[in-house]
Design a protein around this ligand. Structure first.
Ligand code: GUN
Ligand code: ZN
Length: 418
């Protein structure tokens, strides 16, 4: 069993903290029965055959921001953020009170992530406990790693999506009890107030208390769109800025993951850094909703923890490779210096750090879980820089061929592995 999990081949290996990668031409990655890498070394006399010749192996992608109940409305172009939420998102998310519908979409959602090489994700569910439980169950069944949150909302949306703080917290407690830390910490519950405009101050405070009580990770949206920012300032007149709304509710800390951050001020970027919080950069979504390009240099110059997010369904694709390509475009528009290798680092190791899983994944090294994927690049002999550019920019050349989580094959190009 353990030998069958061993991989031999070309391996693209992120560095632990430097935003860079190393290309190993031919190594053997040994994996034990629990799915942990035990050794990475040169092939000896007893080395197995190359696994999927012509492919490059690398850590699975980490999607630090994605919405489960938007899986069926990808590409619905109904305007900028606030009108799009009202016209497209809230009506669709209301359908998730039907647990059967949620189960069906969860199957498609998890399969779509695996097919793009995503092995770990930070997911917003709908505001329905039944749908959230169904998503956890499907992620468990498919072997995916990740965090899921019941999306908290008690204002600004149709009645079918609203839940008062006391009831929402009781539902969260049950989900925490059932899923948080499941299967050796493969699954986690993440406290998920949708964004300030969807929550009363009481809801935000209850969310902060819940996170503190169980030491839970947190996720929400911040500073995505100018109209949203203006409305937030009006709704929370006592807050200094958008970040301060979350700070005052106890939602700003080292386990907080904020999506977008397109329009954060210098003071807010400093605040994110000093709290050791993380940013999920969602460039495809930012382009689709016309939110604007996030200035990557604000994060990199401060060393802010950052991962990439598809933000399906404002993002149009489950592919982190496509997301890297869009992040490159956004960097060009904001005078931010980056390259394909650095963006692949953010899409793997950076995401692992942003999701507080730096000790589990994102490195091809002894002691880390073997969440590994095989991609067939255009040119199997390309050097490191060219290989990274092909993986990032040639989106329609060279697909994901195999996906493993903890050494177990969870998807191949030929068939879904149930
Ligand atoms: N802000 C609040 N909710 C959402 C959402 O569902 N998607 C995006 N992109 N931004 C949000
Ligand atoms: Zn989002």
């Amino acid at each position: 069993m353990s030998e069958s999990r061993t991989i031999r081949g070309r391996v693209l290996a992120p560095h632990a903290t430097d935003r860079a990668l190393t290309l190993h031409e031919d190594v053997v990655v040994r994996v034990d029965a629990s799915g942990r890498i035990t050794d990475v070394g040169a092939p000896g006399d007893d080395a197995p055959e190359v696994t999927r010749p012509g492919c490059v192996w690398m850590p699975g992608f980490v999607d630090t921001h994605i919405h489960f109940p938007q899986a069926r409305v990808l590409g619905s172009a109904s305007g900028e953020l606030l009108p799009w939420l009202q016209k497209t998102v809230f009506p669709e998310e209301s359908r998730f009170q039907d647990v059967e519908y949620a189960r069906e979409v969860a199957r498609d959602f998890c399969a779509s992530m695996l097919a793009q090489g995503t092995t770990c994700a930070s997911v917003f569910s709908s505001s329905h406990p039944g749908a959230t439980d169904a998503l956890f169950a499907e992620m468990d069944r498919r072997g995916l790693r990740g965090d899921v949150g019941l999306t908290l909302m008690d204002r600004g949306a149709p009645e079918a999506l609203l839940r008062a703080p006391a009831e929402a917290m009781a539902a969260c407690e049950e989900l925490v009890e059932r899923w948080h830390g499941a299967d050796g910490d493969r699954l986690r519950f993440r406290v998920t107030p949708r964004f300030a405009l969807s929550c009363t101050p009481e809801m935000l405070e209850a969310a902060g208390e819940l996170a503190a009580r169980h030491d839970l990770p947190i996720q929400t949206h911040i500073s995505e769109n100018p109209d949203e920012i203006e409305a937030t300032a009006a709704a929370f007149p006592e807050a200094r800025d958008y970040l301060d709304v979350y700070r005052q509710a106890g939602l700003l800390g080292s386990r907080s993951l904020f999506a977008h951050g397109v329009w954060l001020s210098e003071t807010e970027w400093d605040g994110v850094k000093s709290a050791d919080a993380s940013i999920s950069h969602c460039p495809d979504s930012n382009f689709f909703l016309g939110s604007g390009p996030m200035p990557l240099k604000e994060a990199t110059s401060r060393g802010v923890k950052l991962g990439l997010g598809t933000d399906v369904g404002a993002g149009r694709s489950y592919s982190l490779r496509r997301c890297c390509s869009r992040a490159y475009d956004a960097s060009k528009l904001t005078g931010s210096d980056t390259d394909a290798a650095e963006l692949l680092w953010f899409a793997t190791r950076g995401g692992a750090i942003a999701m507080d899983r730096a000790d589990q994944i994102g490195l091809v090294e002894s002691g880390f879980d073997a969440d590994l994927i095989a991609i067939r690049p255009l040119d199997p002999d390309a050097d490191l820089a060219t290989l990274c550019e092909h993986l990032v920019f040639l989106e329609d050349r060279g697909g994901v061929e195999e996906v493993r989580v903890r050494g177990v094959v969870r998807w191949t190009q030929d068939a879904l592995v149930d």
